[in-house]
Design a protein. Structure first.
Length: 559
């Protein structure tokens, strides 16, 4: 990595003599060049960016003034960028507040860091030294944080507008009572631009109205002056109206606040958010390369996308990149791949419940991944988990079917570990995920001679940790066709003993096939059709099924 001489930089733009001027230089940092002094120079002719994939992104970034090249006339697009350099780019691009009192003895990074912390753009997301190269995975967290508030503000505005349509406010008696009373002292006009402030003002109004006693008047009416009970009634009426309006506003705002907290709750979730917003792009089909150091070209591209996103632009995303990020977050890509069935949930997928243990830890089963695969796409990065000779069956017949076109495979990749087979056990059922069956209710698929309902994987597929398949026979390593772990194996000559299997550790796949089309569960008597996922644990030990997810079918989503 090329080194810069900070003091040469200061000498070159040394006409700053005030404390504020020094602060501006320090905030700009050693990677900014003269752009701090000039407010953004014309894009220079770097000697190493012509024809580079990020040439336009680099020129845009330099013109915006949040990055510059090196003194030798190069930009170094493929060189790594450090953590402090990237955060400096982001803060400068977003015009974070500068330290008001900086001195030449301060590090250039000190005001950058403080601005990032003050704006919640950084929350201990990197571990180790600030001069280390930043990885793509670390950048993902920053990309989410710097776009979170603008996105939340937009969602809040939409939610409040839906809850309080402008034309109906004049007709709402509770709103009119609140506005007429003396206890709400806020500005109701901020409802759509700053609903959190209006909610805080309503909460204060509720406190004040509860403290008032007759004959402290709601309004100086003659009725209230003559009758103290009338004053009490008026105060009670105002309190009830404030309470109702406050509950309406909280009902609109609270889910957005909860979502905002969830979106930054873990590094895996932030990688998913960065990918789903189109800020973090893949390096190949379903590849994220999160451990790879980010280059300077990638860094300016990320920051440019942040600025565009905050300005309202939305990006086309690759579903396999987003799906890979989703698997990192909560073991599944179902939200990305099958939103018709899984995209309208009120609660998050409970991947923490996908583990079952029994017999003091001697038996353990876990669903490691729950993956949706588009069988029409040979380039689906998870397609290799379903071998070509896999067989499927539907519930109303036992005829096996080959993999068909126009379908999604939804598979659970499970691991079963038996440290000691209990005495007297002839078999142990492994764990799996079950789903509400769906079917084409129109009859169109059946009329076309196609599979019209959900089918099930006939044979459990055993695989090694590296993804390589083992023999698909019904009795591979004690797994039979019904998902049991047996002490006997089936053969053409009948059952034969394969040993006590005192210890057992295997991975296997269970799953189902969903034809493409507008499928839904059986009639729910006019109610919204919901899809439920259950995790079935070690039933031989008395364990039942745990609900892990529920979503409503999205009728406007056609898959």
């Amino acid at each position: 990595m090329k080194e810069r001489n900070d003091w040469k930089l200061l000498a070159r733009i040394g006409f700053y003599t005030t404390a504020a001027g020094v602060a501006a230089i320090l905030l700009a940092g050693p990677d900014s060049g003269a752009s701090a002094a000039t407010g953004g120079p014309a894009s220079p002719a770097f000697t190493d960016v012509s024809g580079h994939w990020a040439e336009e992104q680099i020129r845009t970034a330099v013109k915006a003034g949040f990055v510059n090249g090196f003194e030798d006339g190069t930009f170094g697009p493929d060189e790594p960028v450090t953590r402090e350099q990237f955060l400096g780019m982001a803060v400068r691009a977003l015009q974070g507040p500068q330290a008001s009192a900086a001195s030449a003895s301060d590090s250039w990074f000190a005001p950058v860091y403080q601005a990032a912390v003050d704006q919640a753009w950084y929350k201990d997301d990197y571990t180790g030294g600030w001069d280390l190269p930043i990885t793509r995975g670390e950048i993902a967290g920053t990309l989410v944080r710097v776009t979170e508030q603008p996105l939340t503000d937009k969602l809040l505005q939409e939610a409040v507008t839906a809850a309080f349509p402008a034309p109906s406010q004049a007709e709402n008696p509770d709103i009119q009572t609140v506005m007429a009373g003396p206890d709400f002292t806020g500005d109701w006009r901020l409802l759509y631009t700053d609903p959190k402030q209006v909610m805080a003002d309503l909460e204060q109004a509720l406190v004040r109205v509860k403290q008032r006693k007759p004959p402290e008047l709601l309004t100086p009416t003659e009725e209230c002056a003559r009758d103290e009970n009338m004053c009490g009634y008026a105060i009670s009426l105002e309190q009830g109206s404030i309470d109702k309006v406050l509950k309406m506003l909280k009902k609109a705002i609270d889910p957005i606040n909860k979502l905002q907290q969830a979106r930054t709750s873990s590094s895996g979730r932030m990688v998913y958010e960065a990918a789903s917003r189109g800020l973090l792009t893949g390096t190949g089909t379903g590849e994220l390369s999160l451990e790879a150091p980010a280059t300077r070209a990638q860094a300016v591209t990320f920051v440019n996308r942040v600025l565009a996103f905050n300005a309202g632009q939305r990006f086309t995303t690759d579903k396999y990149t987003v799906g890979a990020a989703e698997i990192m977050w909560h073991r599944t890509n179902m939200l990305t791949m099958l939103p018709r069935y899984f995209g309208k949930a009120e609660e998050e997928f409970r991947d923490d419940l996908l583990v079952a243990e029994a017999d003091q830890g001697n038996a353990r089963c876990e669903t490691e991944k729950f993956i949706v695969i588009d069988l029409d796409n040979p380039d689906d990065p998870n397609r290799s988990f379903i071998p070509e000779d896999a067989r499927w069956t539907v519930s109303d017949d036992r005829n096996e079917r080959d993999i068909q076109d126009s379908a999604y495979a939804v598979i659970a990749m499970n691991r079963l570990t038996i440290r000691q087979m209990p005495e007297g056990f002839a078999h142990i059922w492994g764990c799996s995920i079950q789903m509400t069956p769906v079917k084409d209710q129109t009859g169109e698929l059946q009329g076309a001679g196609k599979l019209d309902q959900m089918a099930y994987l006939r044979r459990n597929i055993t695989y090694k940790p590296n993804g390589e398949f083992l023999d698909l026979s019904y009795a591979q390593e004690g797994i039979n066709k019904y998902g049991e772990i047996r002490t006997v194996a089936e053969s053409d000559g009948g059952a034969k003993l394969v040993g006590s299997l005192r210890e057992f550790d295997t991975r296997y796949v269970t799953g189902f096939l969903i034809p493409k089309g507008d499928l839904s569960p059986d009639d729910f008597n006019g109610r919204p059709a919901n899809i439920t996922l259950y995790f079935t644990g070690l039933t031989d030990y008395g364990q039942g099924a745990n609900y892990v997810y529920r979503s409503y079918v999205g009728p406007s989503i056609h898959q």
